[in-house]
Design a protein around this ligand. Structure first.
Ligand SMILES: [Zn+2]
Length: 58
């Protein structure tokens, strides 16, 4: 397995496994990588939603 954020190899039994609602599974070597990946994605999603709503209003 490799960390989905920093792509470092993860030893079995360590790291974090995150399952998305879509069924996709991501592995993270540490809580820092997990937080970085999830938080950044949330910020990107918020930006996309805000941008879309603006274009709709126009
Ligand atoms: Zn990592």
């Amino acid at each position: 397995m490799e960390c989905s954020y920093c792509s470092k190899p993860i030893k079995q039994g360590t790291g974090i496994m995150y399952v998305f609602r879509t069924g996709a599974i991501k592995y993270y070597c540490s809580g820092r990588c997990y937080k970085n990946s999830i938080v950044i994605k949330r910020k990107i999603n918020k930006k996309l939603v805000a941008h879309r709503s603006k274009t709709k209003a126009v």
